[in-house]
Design a protein around this ligand. Structure first.
Ligand SMILES: *Cc1c(COP(=O)(O)O)cnc(C)c1O
Length: 933
């Protein structure tokens, strides 16, 4: 009997009896024996992990309460891209705290993702309507990375020969930092200037902030014209709420708009996660980075959503991709879109008006008291000039419960928002020593928007809480997430996201803290982040960790930039070759290019391992220029390669650094440490191994971990390091309580046990399915690591039934498909994780075996190749209950295959989606209802 207090027994699916049965199928008598056989001794870590012993769920909640109590929540009027906002309760509980939304995966299987795809299409519509541009993507990681992506988009699209990127001096400082980080390795020169006076040079792109960081609203129309005259593209970094009242970027000629949707109901969270956005004018959509939702149709010709133009993305284009972004901020984009759906255009106008009127009143009181203001025209933020007194004013305001921002010794920024009250304004006046005014004429708004927005019915329908609740329920019911069943996606580690891990995320002491709040107010966060970074260093064998990167892709870039800086510090200016095995994740190659490196592909041998002969050849060929190798361990083939230590040694001998992509750490935790078996740097994916939910495609956290010789180059940590890889100092800090709670509740033994059970589950599935589908690659003793690749290519060749058909047929059986055609085309990669119990594993195995029988029936000619349950999958309720049925197999086979229980069946809402049709007829915002009449 396991203790009712042990969290690991809740996290790990199989009971000890189940595990015994599974071990029997795999041919081992204990987990220890299995792990000894699976993991090469050369990398094995046999010592105890130095982590605190497991605590119960109740104890961990108490510890988190204590940490939370050490954060002080003041009213934030700091602004600079982060604002107070009221998260509507109906959205907080039914999206942010609802596993139907937060445990979903990226909508690569669109037939089972129509709910979140519709929500994302709403998000894109909010962004395109408010910015006045043609096409917006489904979220970026934050405003600063969106601004940096806008720069490279401008570089790709501008005809100008210049390598200069001009940046408005009134830009958010964190955006300038990330723009500089991204520009340097690409040879782009960034000039931050007073755009009204100093823009007298040639540039390929111009970035303006609208309104400026100071709060100033300026008319950029003439500047944009001048920029276009010299062939440059212009990015307007615009505040979405301001755009409710202000003339939109599209109306003044902007090519690109970027920014953040944080203040649309997403808590500040000490810097994240929030949805950044990026939008472009017509003609640039094919250069837009990130995921893009588009409208297409299904096999019956019905409207259906799916990801559009995927050929731009890293998983297909690799080193030629527009960007390395993979995980984005879907959950937060959904929240922001729902905020717009709930408030509608009139609600948003009232909210924007409130922020503006508050600032107007505040400014009038300051002026009345003789305080000079640096901002003429403003939306919600003013800058006060108080020579030599800025620090004193900020301190006095904090004593009154309000945080302000000192730009320097003389200037104080004050930002109003949706939450600003009369008491807040009075507190600010008091801090400046003025008595304020009772009221002020608000009058007309200068530089006002004249066009309408959010005219689509979806933004005018769900304004009562009942209607909103039902809309959210309707959409989430269309989708398949972990709350319905297993999502066995190789490389993505879709494990339990425990409720206790999630709870602290929405506590105000974690949720309502501005990332630039004074350190004295954020001691709880500092301790939480410090201990988490220490634990991750212990688990990986590295010396230093930064949690700043807000996705795996950003951790990769941070790690590669550290390698680059290290070589440069030693005078090795020419080391720019990054070796990457052919099986690597697409982000690897895309990140290497962004770090200014040249990608050289290393072949894999017939066993799926890095081909050491080809490696030797490439090392010899590029010896002088070798910067790094980037390998995934265990490999993306799901195998513990025995030669990893030898590979590391060879690369080091050649003067290169070893980057181990740690996204597959779920196969290593407690059993092997990359920092000890030869690697110099890794990123981890806390949204995989450490239980942050995938959120339908984000948020994520991608910490970068390094050995001591690279520690000085972690983002923000040293003179020679990049200042920032993400907008906020600790990235998506608001969700760090999740991995913290996971490590704390599992303890060292629980974490190692999770790894062993993950390896057991993968080997169990491999053993059960091997006779039906060949397992493509195995390592020691015929074992796989934490995932296994099922090879469908021979079956496809013989029968025409494709991986796609099997993936879609799994929907009929009540499953999310495994990873399709990565890393090998024509295969399925299964990663069951430790959290699935034996019953669910067997249900999956049974479904796969039943599907194999269906494939055989096609092979035998029992069903025609073009009319069978595989090619027609998924089957919708409308299809099987139609008055006519002309197919070669009965309705029951279509609907309830394998004798499945009809009660509680998940029905796909649409039939197979035609992706190519949508790409040919690109529509990426809410189409008018009559379009589907
Ligand atoms: C998931 C993954 C990544 C990318 O991580 P993101 O957080 O999506 O950017 C990189 N490498 C591997 C092997 C992965 O599985």
């Amino acid at each position: 009997m396991t203790s009712p207090f042990s969290f690991s027994a809740r996290h790990i699916g199989p009971t000890s009896d189940d595990a015994r049965r599974m071990l029997e199928s795999v041919g081992y008598s204990s987990l220890d024996e299995l792990m000894d056989a699976a993991i090469p001794e050369a990398i094995r870590w046999h010592e105890q992990l130095s982590l605190p012993a497991a605590a119960t769920e109740a104890e961990v909640l108490a510890e988190l309460r204590d940490l939370a109590s050490r954060n002080q929540v003041l009213t934030s009027m700091i602004g600079l891209g982060y604002y107070g906002t009221h998260t509507p309760g109906v959205i907080k509980r039914n999206v942010l705290e609802n596993p139907a939304w937060y445990t979903a995966y990226t909508p690569y299987q669109p037939e089972i993702s129509q709910g979140r795809l519709e929500a994302l299409l709403n998000f894109q519509t909010v962004v395109t309507d408010l910015t006045g541009l043609e096409t917006a993507n489904a979220s970026m990681l934050d405003e600063a990375t969106a601004a940096a992506e806008a720069m490279t988009l401008a570089r790709r699209s501008s005809k100008s020969k210049s390598n200069v990127y001009a940046v408005d001096g009134d830009t958010l400082p964190q955006s300038v930092d990330v723009i500089r980080t991204r520009a340097e390795p690409l040879g782009i020169e960034v000039r931050v200037v007073d755009i009204e006076r100093e823009l007298d040079f040639e540039y390929f792109g111009l970035h303006v902030q609208y309104p400026g960081a100071s709060g100033a609203v300026r008319d950029h129309a003439a500047l944009i014209q001048a920029a276009h005259a010299q062939g440059a593209l212009v990015t307007v970094a615009a505040d979405l709420l301001a755009l409710v009242l202000l003339r939109e970027p599209g109306a003044i000629g902007a090519d690109i708009a970027c920014g953040s949707a944080q203040r649309f109901g997403v808590p500040m969270g000490f810097g994240g996660p929030h949805a950044g956005y990026l939008a472009v004018r017509a003609g640039l959509e094919r250069s837009l980075p990130g995921r893009l939702v588009g409208v297409s149709r299904d096999a019956d010709g019905n409207r259906a959503y799916r990801l559009a133009l995927q050929t731009r993305e890293q998983h297909i284009r690799r080193e030629k991709a527009t960007s390395n972004i993979c995980t984005a901020q879907v959950l937060l984009a959904v929240m922001a879109s729902m905020y717009a759906v709930y408030h509608g255009p009139n609600g948003l106008r009232a909210i924007a008006r409130h922020a503006h009127d508050s600032a107007t009143l505040l400014a009038a009181g300051l002026r009345d008291g003789g305080v000079e203001l640096a901002t003429g025209r403003f939306f919600d933020t003013v800058t006060a000039v108080v020579p030599g007194r800025a620090a004193e004013v900020v301190t006095a305001a904090a004593e009154n419960g309000v945080n302000l921002w000192a730009f320097d010794a003389d200037r104080v920024g004050i930002a109003c928002d949706e939450t600003t009250t009369a008491a807040d304004i009075a507190a600010v006046w008091a801090a400046f020593g003025v008595s304020g005014v009772d009221s002020v004429e608000t009058g007309t708004f200068a530089f006002a928007r004249t066009s309408d927005f959010l005219t689509h019915p979806v933004f005018r329908t769900h304004h009562s809480e009942t209607a909103m609740l039902r809309y959210l329920r309707r959409l989430s019911d269309l989708d398949y997430a972990l709350d319905r069943g297993m999502i066995p996606l190789g490389s993505c580690t879709m494990k339990l996201n425990a409720t206790t891990e999630m709870e602290a995320v929405t506590w105000p002491e974690f949720a309502n803290v501005h990332p630039f709040a004074p350190a004295a107010q954020t001691a709880g966060y500092a301790e939480l982040i410090g201990s988490l970074e220490d634990w991750l260093a212990e688990l990986t064998g590295y010396d230093a960790v930064s949690v700043q990167p807000n996705a795996g892709s950003q951790g990769e870039l941070a790690g590669l930039l550290a390698i680059r800086a290290y070589h440069r510090s030693r005078g090795d200016l020419d080391r720019d070759v990054c070796l990457i095995p052919s099986s690597a994740h697409g982000t690897n190659a895309a990140s290497a290019v962004m770090a200014g490196m040249r990608v050289v592909v290393v072949a894999c041998d017939e066993n799926g391992n890095v081909d050491l002969v080809d490696l030797d050849r490439k090392l010899a060929e590029h010896a002088e220029r070798l910067a790094a190798i980037m390998v995934t361990y265990p490999s993306t083939h799901g195998v513990y390669e025995t030669s990893i230590a030898e590979l590391c040694a060879k690369v080091h001998d050649a003067g290169g650094q070893v980057y181990v992509d740690g996204a597959n750490l779920n196969a290593l935790v407690g059993f092997a440490k990359p920092g000890k078996f030869g690697a110099d740097v890794s990123h981890l994916n806390l949204h995989k191994t450490f239980c942050i939910p995938h959120g339908g495609g984000g948020p994520g956290v991608g910490p970068v971990a390094v050995r001591s010789h690279l520690a000085a180059y972690l983002p923000g940590r040293g003179e020679e390091a990049v200042k920032a890889i993400s907008a906020a100092p600790h990235g998506s800090a608001g969700i760090l309580p999740i991995p913290w709670a996971y490590v704390r509740m599992m303890g060292p033994d629980g974490l190692a046990s999770a790894t062993a059970h993950a390896v057991l589950a993968a080997n169990y599935v491999a053993a059960k399915l091997r006779d039906h589908y060949p397992v493509l690659y195995t390592g020691n003793k015929g074992l796989v690591a934490h995932e296994c690749i099922l090879d469908l290519r021979p079956l496809t060749k013989a029968t025409g039934v494709s991986v796609d058909d099997v993936a879609k047929r799994l929907i009929d059986y009540g499953f999310h498909a495994p990873t399709m055609s990565f890393p090998v085309a024509g295969t399925l990669m299964v990663e069951p994780t430790e959290s699935e119990d034996l019953g669910e594993l067997d249900r999956f195995v049974d479904a796969m075996v039943a599907i194999r029988r269906e494939i055989d029936a096609v092979a035998e000619g029992a069903w025609p190749k073009d009319d069978n349950p595989l090619v027609n999958a998924p089957h919708t309720a409308a299809m099987v209950s139609g008055d006519e049925w002309t197919h070669a197999y009965p309705r029951s086979v279509a609907a309830y295959p394998g004798g499945m229980d009809p009660v509680g069946k998940y029905w796909a809402p649409v039939r197979r989606i035609d992706g190519a049709y949508g790409d040919r007829n690109l529509v990426c915002s809410c189409p008018p209802p009559e379009a589907f009449a």
